[in-house]
Write a new protein. Structure first.
Length: 93
């Protein structure tokens, strides 16, 4: 991973955390929210950041910070296909 790749990864992870902090405890965000937050342009170039935003979410899952859901159900990276939502990790009983 190059320095610029690492910087982008960190920016995406930070944006994910910030977006979740600004929402209600039970709210979720879409990876596109993260991509749009990080993208500097006015066009649809944010779309190129969708996969990196998803990968940032999976790193945060591995760190125990967030959960990724589909249809309200927590999914793993191998299970996930299609639209995703990201939410704060909930305490496990």
């Amino acid at each position: 991973m190059t320095q610029s790749d690492r910087q982008l990864a960190q920016r995406l992870e930070t944006a994910t955390r910030r977006l979740l902090e600004r929402r209600a405890e039970t709210s979720s965000i879409c990876p596109s929210d993260v991509a749009r937050e990080v993208y500097d342009g006015d066009d649809d170039g944010w779309r190129d950041l969708m996969e990196p935003a998803r990968q940032a979410a999976w790193r945060l899952v591995a760190a125990g910070e967030v959960e990724v859901t589909q249809g309200g159900r927590i999914v793993t990276e191998t299970e996930a296909h299609g639209p995703l939502r990201i939410r704060r990790a909930r305490p496990r009983d």
